[in-house]
Design a protein around this ligand. Sequence first.
Ligand code: AMP
Ligand code: ZN
Ligand code: FE
Ligand code: FE
Length: 275
Amino acid sequence: MTKFADLHIHTFYSDGTSSPQEVVDEAVKCGLSTISITDHDTIEAIEFTQAAARPLDLEVIAGIELSSEMEGKDIHVLGYFLNGVGSLLLEELFKIQQARISRIKEMIVKLKGEGISDIDFDEVGSLTKSKSVGRPHLATVLLKKGHVGSLNEAFTRYLGEDCSTYVGKFKQTTPEAIKLIKNSGGLAVLAHPVVTNRDELIPSFVAAGLDGIEVYYPRHSQTTVKYYEGLAQKHKLLMTGGSDAHGQAKKDTFIGKTRIPYELIEIMKARLTNT
Ligand code: AMP
Ligand code: ZN
Ligand code: FE
Ligand code: FE
């Protein structure tokens, strides 16, 4: 019987709403044999998810979704099979998380300039179990306090990259994010290329050590999938995929919405041992 995997799942250790146990239960319920937790800029959920998965025979690949920036554009790089403990990775993640905290504080100050003065950092920060606080948490508080009518409106009016209250995260470039993953023993994969919309940079990412592209993704049409399969073949890249499930924080997707055959995981493992 073919086994299936979903390699892009968030927990409440970043901007998802599910606990590790809930993710594991849902993955088993929908028949997956393998998942990867890819929280934004934190690996805190991984050991809890692996512990919850062990009795249920669910494989959990240690993953991450690292933010990086090129010419002002936020570019997400997925890392798989990380060996993070005691490594440079934890040190770097600590710095990135501190930058996330300062940046949300700066955005709260800018919101004051727009007449929104009832947002407190602690309330925003309390929405994640880790230090990986982000715009979705600020959007949730803006919605709760009635400043916007939806999470999407929070992004179009205040938090989007084109808004005057937007503050960028930090200056880690995409090649640096790729190298951080590689130095942690992992495979680096460009997340949701259609959303990122910077395909012209892919050759430079390959030169920096990129291992794969997230070909299978809920928002990728059949044509898009074919296109990225071709691009992966051209650059000898892995093809990965996942749902980008965030629990209740993103209702247009869910665990198992995108699932890939286990053969692709075997190809990833083979690349890991050959590098
Ligand atoms: P941050 O990492 O703090 O810059 O926040 C980026 C995250 O915000 C992305 O990973 C998305 O999950 C979310 N996001 C970006 N744009 C929107 C939007 N228009 N509506 C809802 N969520 C969004
Ligand atoms: Zn997210
Ligand atoms: Fe992403
Ligand atoms: Fe994601």
